[in-house]
Design a protein around this ligand. Structure first.
Ligand SMILES: *Cc1c(COP(=O)(O)O)cnc(C)c1O
Length: 230
């Protein structure tokens, strides 16, 4: 039962918060529903969860149309510029912005609807070849450039840590992301906030919470294994 999975994840979140001396309210659980049917999402909604994550624009749109409008959809996957136009009004937060060109496209498409996009900057902290994201070195410059766009607002940073059996190995990357956000905050750049840290997935969200995550993205731990992997 998905309800039992949610209860287990919730128990672990609370334990991690208490170990870290944080309040449960300081961490938001995003249920990553990619590849999963609407009926599964409805079951998870029954537990009170309203934040859902998708990594494909088309799938996010289909589910947006099919489900109640009080859900908060998070775009967490790599985003192609020609797909951005389908997002205004549908997503509360785009987690995966890693280039000025993509941010400019978002700015243009959200402006057309009179909206401002809330975004995070994705950082490839672990420098994995296979992953998207800007580098720690390029981050400040990218944040400064994006901050000038009128219809885009940076809320913080996001990272996808390496796939590992030992979540402790990812602690350094989560800590690094938090250090980067503290560093950027100290620069007091106009139109930039740094209160969100989107980090931690099924295998490592407890460590991420201990290192300051404010948004965790849990798929498998709630919905079970995906039939195809993305
Ligand atoms: C799929 C996905 C997740 C969830 O992964 P699980 O290991 O199933 O929890 C989190 N973040 C991103 C960016 C994803 O694509």
């Amino acid at each position: 039962m998905l309800t039992d999975n949610v209860a287990e994840v919730e128990r672990r979140i609370e334990a991690a918060c208490s170990r870290a001396g944080r309040s449960r309210d300081s961490v938001r659980l995003i249920a990553v529903s990619k590849t999963k049917p609407v009926s599964d999402i409805e079951e998870v909604m029954g537990t009170g969860i309203r934040d859902f994550g998708e990594n494909k624009v088309q799938e996010l749109n289909d589910k947006y149309d099919a489900l109640p409008k009080d859900l908060r959809w998070h775009m967490i996957g790599h985003l192609q510029r020609n797909k951005v136009k389908f997002l205004p009004g549908k997503t509360v937060l785009i987690h995966s912005v890693d280039s000025l060109k993509l941010a400019q496209e978002i700015d243009k498409d959200f402006a057309k609807h009179g909206l401002t996009a809330q975004i995070l900057i994705e950082v490839n902290v672990a420098r994995e070849e296979s992953k998207f994201g800007t580098t720690a070195e390029e981050l400040t410059e990218l944040v400064k450039e994006i901050s000038l766009l009128e219809h885009v607002h940076i809320n913080g940073l996001m990272t996808i840590a390496p796939d590992t059996d030992d979540p402790e190995q990812n602690r350094v990357y989560f800590r690094k992301l938090r250090e980067l956000s503290v560093d950027i905050r100290s620069k007091n750049i106009d139109n930039v906030d740094m209160y969100e840290l989107s980090m931690g997935m099924t295998g490592d969200y407890e460590v991420a919470i201990e290192e300051g995550a404010t948004l965790i993205r849990v798929g498998t731990g709630i919905f079970g294994k995906r039939t195809y992997n993305i």
